[in-house]
Design a protein around this ligand. Sequence first.
Ligand code: AMP
Ligand code: MG
Length: 627
Amino acid sequence: MSLKSKVTGLILAGGRGTRMGRVDKGLQPFRGATLVEHVMRRLAPQAATVVINANRNLPQYQAVAGEAPVLPDYLDGFEGPLAGLQIGLQYCPTELLLTAPCDSPFLPEDLAERLYAAMQAQDADVALAVTMESEAGAEPHRQPHPVFALLKASLLPQLDAYLDTGARRMESWFKSLRVAEVMFDDADAFRNINTLAELQQHERAPAPVAIRAADPGALPVAEAQRIICERVTPVAATERLALRDALDRVLAEDIISPINVPAYDNSAMDGYALRGADLPPAGAPDATFKVIGIAYAGRPCAQAPQAGECIRIMTGAAMPPGCDSVLPQELAAHIGDDTVTIRHGAIRTGANRRFAGEDLKAGGVALARGKIIRPADLGLVASLGIGEVAVRRKLRVAFFSTGDELRSLGQPLDDGCVYDSNRYTLFGMLTRLGCDVIDMGIVRDDPAALEAALLDACANADAIITSGGVSEGAADYTRDILGRIGDVAFWKLAMRPGRPLAFGQVRSEADSAWLFGLPGNPVAVMVSFYMFARPALLRMMGTQATQQAMQARTTEAIRKRPGRTEYQRGIVSTSADGAPQVRLTGAQGSGILSSMTEANCIVVLHEAQADIAAGEMVEVLLFDGLI
Ligand code: AMP
Ligand code: MG
């Protein structure tokens, strides 16, 4: 039985459309049709029938639904998507219901197929779509799309019971079910259109290219990243180190502040400490204060000024008793031998006073575990008087190159041979990450040698990185070996460069190690390392990957095939108007390492993107951060 015959489609069009000024959203014109017609066109090929849930303008919706019914909510009063889902499940004649909102004209053509695969694989009741969202300046995060879901029709009694409690939120209901999440690479496909302004904006934008995988069966980058990161786990062992030795290491426990920082109220300026109540009121003449003492940093003054008195104070000195304000010396109207004159309005009560604990409160978390210790963190820990910290042990990563054509530095370069450069880039990238590296040299294209190298690496390392020998054809015997000594999948990824990748676990007796089999081409090695190995290794180190992603205007047109993620080498600079701009570094072949050394960033062209015109914004990942 085909999947299509098991699925009933449900378009959710029963909302009030509040954010569109209460117009009926699904009926808004868009690119020569209504929004709901676009959704119908995308869902129809994926389901036996597609019904519409609507509460107004039923005849118009009926015209779109054709033979299939238009179903108003069973509950009264526009109770939201769950009410639509309830009537959909009540109607559903097939075993599965696929939902989509009426304002998502770009929904994926393989939605049902991919949700169903995950539902089967994970034995779930519901499968829903998830995308990675990255807003400018923020960390990319997983965004679930609960209204793009495939549900078992048998869930109706559970939904009825949930709605009886008065609850109405889809996310909360899903929490009580077995849910499979499916990562889609193209966040735009789930973008719904909430306001008329957004509608007009999309209307003007170029028509989206129908997203057909450039290479059917290829795994989207985001999905591979998710699978890898979900499988690996942080190393458990920790060690205590003197503070300075902990630089660039991963903190293994929260640092709790034992004291307030600063420990006492103190002055932010050189000047005069006084009681704010004594400052001259509006309309009063200047007030002259008698200086009765002096407070230095590290040498507090115990005197308490009375009306008309003050204390000369230095930056960082403790506030004298009763004082709450500091007049900076440069704001004094006149400074006499032991007096200072203050004009009305020169400062307000409370000025220039730093409070005890305003940097860090005693008992609070000063640094959270999982943080990579940077120079500022060393200073912060020192400010607490702490001289030792617990960090995770370093990750041990073994790496080797494969290929009969490879020669090591110092050897003559025979005909048809190349120097092994990958071990040098890998050494650099791994060392920068803070791993202990084990360089295992070059391994010939020979099954026995490969097996021996893998077993050796497995006994000594947490992770193994290889380059070369994973592309189709080349990998046949590699597959055999890895099938025998481990559980390694060979992936074909929807990306360029770096299409082949092997990932999994290698085992020998009591030992095991995660294997990242990277492609052989020098640029592909680096790109696959950054995209797949780096986030996984960081997770194994006990921390999370952060990426310096930003948007820049491209100075040139870029050719791009939709359906795969492409990584190009670029140079970011500042344009004449002060905005970031990026140009590509010439030839982009995956063997051209000079394109990598000239570059200061990778330009990421996402799966759904097609050719890019000069002047458009693109995402770039900077190679170097400041810290
Ligand atoms: P493979 O994936 O083994 O088919 O290798 C693809 C291409 O990358 C071939 O041109 C190899 O010569 C090249 N290559 C593989 N490994 C290395 C390496 N360690 N250093 C430089 N080039 C390499
Ligand atoms: Mg090779």
